[in-house]
Design a protein around this ligand. Structure first.
Ligand SMILES: C[S@@+](CC[C@H](N)C(=O)[O-])C[C@H]1O[C@@H](n2cnc3c(N)ncnc32)[C@H](O)[C@@H]1O
Length: 237
């Protein structure tokens, strides 16, 4: 983690695109960790996420747009830096989207990718995170939203190799958690899972997912939850 923070602190981001920004979580990382940035533009296809993130960043040099990554409304070579965090496994066609992201990145521009992975040595609390992620992904798919299972570390590296980045650096890290059974954190996660369970019960025809969800909620109470291991992959176009 320390290596990752030191590396991010060396980045002068210039004009940054945060692709699939969601609720803007990675924009907060850019703000707190990049050495400098001129402007950050966050884009996401979800109306709900965009309206949440818009309210979060009143700064003049941070803008949020609803946009699909498969067709970006920016000129070729507009951005100095592109970031994409925890989102590659959400993409229906990552290779096509990589092409579009490269189009809008300047020559020698910087790509910063952060993505969790599911294999290797992970604590029981980290396994809860992975199980929860896969359960929520199954629910998204049931409701027609693109969301795949997370990658293995090798799958992720192989996929990012398709970007053909230069001077690639790979950091393997996790966000340390003091107490995976932290009551407030677990209560929030359990509440999210209970909301998802209600949606499943209303939709019907989801007995297996409902059973898995109940087991997951029990697991969150028993062993807690901690962020799964991640890769940060940094390279130049
Ligand atoms: C886990 S969330 C983003 C998390 C955030 N970037 C972070 O740092 O934690 C994944 C996001 O990908 C978005 N997404 C999926 N496919 C997309 C697409 N084709 N174009 C734009 N956004 C997309 C979803 O709407 C969702 O908000």
């Amino acid at each position: 983690m320390k290596d990752v923070l030191l590396r991010l602190a060396m980045i002068d981001g210039g004009i940054v695109l945060d692709a699939a920004t969601g609720r803007g979580e990675f924009i907060n990382t850019i703000k707190s960790s990049f050495r400098t940035y001129e402007q950050v533009i966050g884009v996401d296809s979800s109306e709900k996420c965009v309206s949440y993130a818009e309210k979060l960043f009143p700064e003049n040099n941070i803008e949020i747009y609803r946009m699909d990554l498969s067709s970006l409304a920016f000129d070729d070579e507009h951005f100095d830096t592109i970031t994409i965090a925890n989102s590659i496994h959400h993409l229906a066609d990552p290779i096509a989207i990589f092409g579009e992201l490269k189009r809008v990145l300047k020559k020698k521009g910087l790509f910063v990718i952060s993505e969790m992975y599911r294999d290797g040595v992970q604590s029981d609390a980290q396994k809860s995170h992975i199980i929860m992620h896969h359960w929520l992904a199954s629910i998204d798919r049931k409701f027609g939203i693109s969301h795949n299972e997370t990658f293995t570390k090798d799958e992720l590296i192989a996929l990012v190799e398709k970007l053909k980045l230069k001077k690639t650096e790979i950091y393997d890290y996790f966000l340390p958690v003091d107490n995976p059974k932290n009551a407030q954190n677990c209560d929030n996660l359990i509440r999210n899972c209970q909301d998802a369970l209600k949606r499943l019960e209303l939709a019907g025809d989801a007995e297996d997912l409902i059973r898995e969800g109940k087991e997951l909620i029990k697991r969150l109470g028993d062993v807690g939850c901690a962020s799964a291991n991640r890769l940060m992959i940094i390279g130049h176009k």
